[in-house]
Design a protein. Structure first.
Length: 152
């Protein structure tokens, strides 16, 4: 039990640290993903292991508006309870990420902050309910870059 708590704490700290990484000059890569050319930015794979329902792991695509507008192309998403991997793509020149939290405010982490056609992912084990996804780059969620995920 103590090992599990330590492992979860390390995973959470790593996910939060990755979410805090902003874009920079040249691109960098981590965990087998690479950033797109052009403006660069860092890419890392965020993961979360929150308790949830059973079921096979599934992949849910989500993308930022490629024009650079502060919004996702999907205003709503749906998934089945259990393991879910959100495949986030950002073709915009503006850096964005994909973060997830429950209706009670519990944070599940964020993808890496990416731009220029890069992709990254966030994995979580989710229970049925309503969740909010958002970009936590300064001011983006407040400007409307968020949506609702329904898990059944």
């Amino acid at each position: 039990m103590k090992k599990l708590a330590v492992t979860l704490a390390i995973t959470l700290v790593a996910a939060l640290g990755l979410a805090a990484c902003g874009g920079g000059g040249g691109g960098s890569s981590s965990a087998g993903t690479t950033s797109g050319g052009g403006g660069g930015g860092s890419t890392a794979t965020g993961t979360s292991t929150a308790a949830g329902g059973g079921g096979a792991a599934q992949s849910v695509p989500v993308s930022a508006d490629p024009s650079g507008a502060l919004r996702y192309q999907q205003s709503t998403l749906s998934a089945k309870a259990g393991g879910v991997t959100f495949k986030f793509t950002n073709a915009a020149p503006v850096t964005h990420n994909f973060c997830l939290q429950s209706s009670s405010g519990k944070q599940f982490g964020c993808s890496g902050t990416i731009s220029g056609g890069a992709t990254d992912s966030l994995s979580a084990n989710l229970k049925p309910g309503s969740y909010t996804y958002f970009c936590n780059v300064d001011g983006h969620a407040a400007a409307g870059m968020k949506g609702t995920l329904t898990v059944k």
